[in-house]
Every structure is written in structure tokens, then in C-alpha cells.
Write a new protein. Structure first.
Length: 277
């Protein structure tokens, strides 16, 4: 994206998106003024928001590495966002060049940017889609040429990294269960999610302000969840060690140091990887 493009108005009428706010927090350039303004408001309420984003990316890379080393060759990244260095396909294909990845995001900027990076990589693709509509994703996988990328009859890792907090409690089971329950033996699911404990950590006012940024600037409601609620999302899948933990405590030796590794408090996000035996 050129400087002229990034200084132009966001393509959706000036509204920020979660993917591009996240991109800005990670130091990316695939964002617009509306996204940067929203991110700055978020940083005023939660000063370590950029560290939260980085911690999440490092967890994602470690989880993909572990699953690829375990033999999984297919990765379905739902709500994938803007591509960054060390994205899913880069990590997976470093371990097995035959790995295939399908990125799904509702933001057309994320999809275009992803497909530009994936040009010449026939095993990977990005499509525009809403992870909150699993029936449409499953239909596309079952009926279209996407089956050449992801075949759900083969072991697949499904990634929900820092996206399920966008789903209200009364819908989250309907979002996760259809795809989770299609997974065959040898598959896996990865979840990272803001913990309900962030209210105790940052205070009710800061959390309310942060939620309001997403509500007013990106038309997105944020729902925090407890460990019990997150565990329930894995259904009958079996968590691998170390279970559901703060992101910086999930196999930290497998990546560059997490920003919370030496901090007085751990990452405010929780994460886990579970497998289908």
C-alpha cells in the first residue's frame, strides 16, 4: 500500500476495521487514518495494547509450528487479518513445504494483501468471508475449488486467534461448533482470547473505553470470557500441554521472547491448542 493510499479515506466509508487496527498495533502499513485513530484511542485506554497484539502473533506462530511438526499439513485461519512477517503459511511451510493454508477474513484489504503475498504459492489462498457464518465457509469448502487447498476429510488445524471475542455469548457456540465438529481425527483447534480478568487488571473504566473504541469506530462488540467459557469452546477436543494459559506461558521457548516474558504481569490473553484424537 502506498503512502497516498494509506492517507486516503478507508474504503468502507471511513470506518476502522479490527484487522487494520491490529495491523497498526503490530507496526504494519496496511491501514488507514480511521484505523490509526482508533488504535491511538485504544492505546490511551490500554497502553500495552501493542504488546497484547504482538504476544498473540507469537503464540499463533508457536502453535502452528507445534502442529506442523506433529504432521498437520492443512491450516484454516479464520479471521486471519492483515498478513505479517512469520504468517501461518511461512511457519508451516518452513517445516513442510507441502503445507496448505486458507486465510479467511471479512476485510477486503486483508484478503487483497494476503493474496499478493501468496502469489506463486499454489497451496495457499485468501478469501473474503465471515468466520461468524461457518455454514458459508463449509459450503465453500465442500462445493468449490477450495477443496484443493483444504480438505476437511484430512487432518486440519483451525485457528481462531484473537477473533472469538467479537462474537456474543449467545452466538459463539453456533459459530465454533459446526467447523469444530467437522474435524476428523488428527485435527486440531487453536484459540486465543481476551480474558475476563482484564477488568481486574486494567479497571472497569479502561476496559469500557477500549470496548467503546471497537463499538464506535469498527462496529464491533467485544465479549470477554472466563477460562471455563473458553474451555467449553473446545468441546470434546483434548488440550495439549500446557493447557489453557496466558499466551506468554504457552511453550515460550519456541519463539522470540514474548513482550510479557519479563513483565510483572502476564499477557491478558489466554490461549490453548486442542487435538482431535
Amino acid at each position: 500500500m502506498t503512502d497516498e493510499q494509506t492517507s486516503a479515506q478507508s474504503p468502507n466509508g471511513g470506518r476502522a476495521t479490527v484487522a487494520r487496527i491490529y495491523d497498526y498495533l503490530l507496526g504494519g502499513k496496511q491501514n488507514f487514518p480511521a484505523d490509526r485513530e482508533a488504535a491511538q484511542q485504544l492505546l490511551q485506554a490500554v497502553p500495552d495494547a501493542a504488546n497484547v497484539a504482538l504476544s498473540n502473533r507469537l503464540f499463533l506462530r508457536r502453535a502452528v509450528r507445534v502442529l506442523a511438526e506433529a504432521g498437520i499439513k492443512q491450516f484454516l485461519d479464520l479471521g486471519s487479518g492483515i498478513p505479517t512477517q512469520g504468517n501461518v503459511h511461512e511457519v508451516a511451510q518452513t517445516i513442510d513445504p507441502a503445507s496448505r493454508v486458507l486465510y479467511v477474513d471479512i476485510d477486503p484489504v486483508a484478503v487483497v494483501a494476503s493474496n499478493e503475498i501468496l502469489m506463486g504459492n499454489p497451496g495457499c489462498r485468501a478469501i473474503e468471508g465471515d468466520f461468524m457464518r461457518p455454514e458459508l465457509i463449509l459450503s465453500a469448502l465442500d462445493d468449490g475449488d477450495l477443496a484443493t487447498v483444504i480438505d476437511l476429510d484430512q487432518p486440519t488445524a483451525v485457528l481462531y486467534c484473537s477473533v472469538l471475542q467479537q462474537v456474543p455469548n449467545d452466538r459463539v457456540d453456533d459459530v465454533v461448533a459446526p467447523i469444530r465438529d467437522r474435524l476428523v481425527g488428527g485435527s486440531a483447534m487453536v484459540i486465543s482470547h481476551l480474558s475476563a480478568a482484564v477488568t481486574d487488571r486494567y479497571g472497569e473504566s479502561a476496559v469500557a473505553t477500549g470496548k467503546n473504541v471497537y463499538r464506535t469506530r469498527a462496529a464491533t462488540e467485544i465479549t470477554l470470557r472466563t477460562d471455563a467459557q473458553l474451555t467449553a469452546l473446545f468441546g470434546d477436543l483434548t488440550m495439549i500441554e500446557p493447557g489453557l494459559v496466558s499466551l506468554n506461558d504457552w511453550r515460550p521457548e519456541l519463539s522470540e521472547p514474548d513482550p510479557y516474558a519479563a513483565a510483572p504481569l502476564p499477557s491478558p490473553m489466554r490461549g490453548a491448542v486442542a487435538t482431535h484424537c
